[in-house]
Design a binder for this molecule. Structure first.
Ligand code: COA
Length: 180
C-alpha cells in the first residue's frame, strides 16, 4: 500500500486493542538501542496510551487500510504513569496541553506518518485555544520533535511505577508557529 492511501482519523474505543498492539511493536523495534529491553517493557506497561485520551476524542491514528500504523494525541490530563508515580506529577502538571503517545509501526517508519499525526494533534490543541504544547520525549523521539520545531530542556530521569528508570527529554513548542 502506498503512503498516499494512509488516512489520519480520530481514534475510537474500538481501536484500542489495535493501537496497543502497534505501540508495543513500535517500542520493541524503534526504542532500541536508546533503551534496554527492561526499560522498553516497562515503558510499554506503564508509559503508553491512556484510554481516557481516546474517550476525550483527542487521540488520532494513522491507518493503512485496516492496519493501524501510527498514533498521536494531546491532552491536558496528567499522564497515567505520572499520576501513579510519586514525584513525576510536577513534571506533567494537569491543565497544560501535552502531546501524548506518538508511535509509528516499525514497518512504516520514516515515511512522514509521525509528522502528519503531530500536525493533526497540534492543530487540534491549537483549535481549542492552546498557544503552546509540551511533551516528555523518549530518546528515540527527540529527532522527530526537533525536526518539528520543539525546543529541548535538560534531560530528566523519571521512575516508572515499577521502579524502572527512564531518561526523557522535556520539550516545548509555540503553537502559533505551528499554525503559521
Ligand atoms: C519517533 C517516531 C514516532 C517517528 O515516526 P516516523 O513516522 O518514522 O517519523 P517521520 O517519518 O514523520 O519523521 C519526520 C522527521 O523526524 C525526524 N526523524 C524521525 N525519526 C528519526 C530517526 N529515527 N532518526 C533521525 N531523525 C528522525 C526526521 O527529520 C524526519 O524527517 P525525514 O525522514 O525527512 O528526515 C517513531 O520512530 C517511533 O514510533 N518510535 C518509537 C516510539 C517513540 O519513541 N515515540 C516517541 C514517544 S515520545
Amino acid at each position: 500500500m502506498s503512503d498516499e492511501t494512509i488516512v489520519i482519523r480520530q481514534a475510537s474505543l474500538a481501536d484500542i486493542p489495535a493501537l496497543r498492539a502497534m505501540q508495543a511493536l513500535s517500542a520493541r523495534r524503534l526504542c532500541v538501542p536508546a533503551y534496554t529491553p527492561r526499560q522498553v517493557e516497562s515503558f510499554i506497561a506503564h508509559g503508553t496510551m491512556d484510554e481516557s485520551v481516546v474517550e476525550d476524542g483527542t487521540f488520532f491514528l494513522a491507518a493503512a487500510g485496516d492496519v493501524v500504523v501510527g498514533s498521536a494525541g494531546w491532552s491536558t490530563r496528567v499522564p497515567g504513569y505520572a499520576a501513579r508515580t510519586p514525584g513525576i506529577a510536577a513534571l506533567a502538571a494537569a491543565g497544560r496541553p501535552r502531546v501524548r503517545s506518538v508511535f509509528v509501526h516499525p514497518d512504516w517508519a520514516r515515511r512522514g506518518i509521525a509528522r502528519r499525526l503531530m500536525h493533526t494533534a497540534e492543530g487540534a490543541a491549537s483549535a481549542c485555544g492552546h498557544r503552546a504544547i509540551e511533551l516528555a520525549a523518549t530518546l528515540s523521539g527527540v529527532p522527530l520533535y526537533r525536526a518539528l520545531g520543539y525546543a529541548t530542556r535538560p534531560m530528566e530521569r523519571i521512575r516508572l511505577p515499577d521502579g524502572v528508570a527512564l531518561e526523557v527529554v522535556p520539550m516545548t513548542k509555540e503553537l502559533m508557529r505551528a499554525a503559521a
